[in-house]
Design a protein around this ligand. Structure first.
Ligand SMILES: Nc1ncnc2c1ncn2[C@@H]1O[C@H](COP(=O)(O)OP(=O)(O)OP(=O)(O)O)[C@@H](O)[C@H]1O
Ligand SMILES: [Mg+2]
Length: 360
């Protein structure tokens, strides 16, 4: 099991100097809007991923008018203490220490202290374009399979080269179809590897998402999920050839794993077109809990679960189903934020959760 025992935050976002000790596996964090609930979860996330969950430069994370921030945290990983210190000063290289040793490469830390976060804006994974859903799949598989990550990096590099060549051919600067042949060969190798791994991985992940959704919704809603890809066994090179003329005309690669998607249907209709806000939020949680369960199965211990604004949009029955799994059936450490202290206390009492409540 992974658990966070203590965190001290100095000049990170709205925090001056604050320390929090956690002695339970379920921790409720409450406070009014703007008090720093999301920022506290983000400070925890930072210690696990060496960066903020939210996009933007690291300078934005430094408290206004301060020179830098510091986060210090103590974890227990399978009963072994792990001590993290992050120091980020304006105009200096970020320092990230594990047990007093500084990391040369921050990426070496990824996966050691795994965490899954669910933030309100994550609803874009459901509502938005396929980019968000591919990012969801890629982040998850990359954490568990470094070869996948390497194939993805290589694929993206060659794809950029191919697109730039297509532009040059279209504008008449270059007429090198031989080079296009070479790039097609080079691109097909990682693309086919990524497709094969996504296919195998999603065969297990998609049924898990459906099961979590059924547990949360607890009714006869019929959710189905597909992996949508134009690629099948060893045909990517052929697809590139078939689409070559079109690709030159539009000056980019129109077919490939960079267009893959996850499709969801609710009662035979496209999910994102017809689902209500609460149904969408339920699917988001189902996807995140499936991610959590997959990491847990692969690592052999429970990651941290950081749930921001769980109560928003979900009805009482769905909240109860969700929190009963997260806080009772699951044995990992979970952080839950809410603006209403009484609602959090009542939920804990009703579900007989022996949680710790922190008021900001
Ligand atoms: N770099 C920064 N320096 C100082 N304050 C900051 C910085 N970045 C964000 N803040 C402040 O942090 C506060 C937001 O904190 P946070 O998002 O954690 O609130 P919250 O408790 O989650 O609120 P809500 O209930 O609305 O979600 C805002 O008041 C914002 O101005
Ligand atoms: Mg918030």
């Amino acid at each position: 099991m992974l658990s966070l025992q203590k965190i001290s935050i100095t000049h990170f976002k709205n925090y001056e100097i604050s320390s929090f000790c956690f002695d339970k596996s379920v921790i409720g964090i409450c406070g009014l809007n703007g008090k720093g609930k999301t920022n506290l979860l983000d400070a925890i996330y930072y210690c696990c991923f060496t960066k903020s969950y939210f996009p933007g430069s690291d300078t934005l994370n430094i408290k206004f008018n301060q020179e830098g921030f510091r986060i210090e945290s103590s974890f227990l990983l399978n009963e072994k203490p792990q001590h993290i210190v992050v120091i980020n000063r304006v105009n200096a290289k970020k320092e990230f220490y594990l047990n007093q040793s500084v990391y040369e490469k921050l990426s070496q830390h990824i996966g050691l202290l795994p965490a899954v976060i669910v933030a309100p804006d994550d609803i874009d994974i459901i509502n938005g374009s396929s980019d968000g859903r591919r990012k969801y799949i890629d982040t998850l598989i990359s954490q568990l399979d470094n070869e996948y990550l390497q194939s993805l990096i290589l694929h993206n590099k060659i794809l950029l080269q191919r697109n730039s060549l297509l532009k040059n051919i279209a504008s008449g600067n270059i007429n090198d179809f031989g080079l296009l042949d070479v790039l097609d060969d080079q691109l097909s190798i990682p693309a086919q590897q990524i497709y094969n791994k996504r296919k195998v991985f999603l065969e297990k992940l998609l049924p898990m998402i459906i099961l979590f959704y059924k547990n949360i919704a607890d009714n006869d809603e019929n959710l189905i999920a597909f992996y949508d890809s134009k690629i099948c066994e060893n045909n990517y090179k052929e697809l590139l050839t078939i689409n070559r003329q079109k690709d030159v005309a539009i000056q980019r690669t129109s077919v490939g794993i960079h267009k893959d998607d996850l499709l969801f249907e609710l009662n035979d209709q496209v999910f994102k077109n017809i689902a209500s806000q609460g149904q969408k939020k339920s699917l988001l949680f189902a996807m995140k809990l499936a991610e959590y369960e997959t990491i847990k199965n692969s690592k052999g211990f429970t990651p941290l679960l950081l749930l921001d604004d769980v109560f928003e949009k979900l009805d009482d029955k769905r909240i109860t189903n969700l929190l009963d799994w997260v806080c009772n059936k699951n044995k990992g450490q979970v952080f839950i934020t809410d603006t209403h202290k009484v609602r959090l206390e009542n939920t804990f009492n009703q579900l007989e959760i022996d949680g710790q409540i922190i008021e900001l």
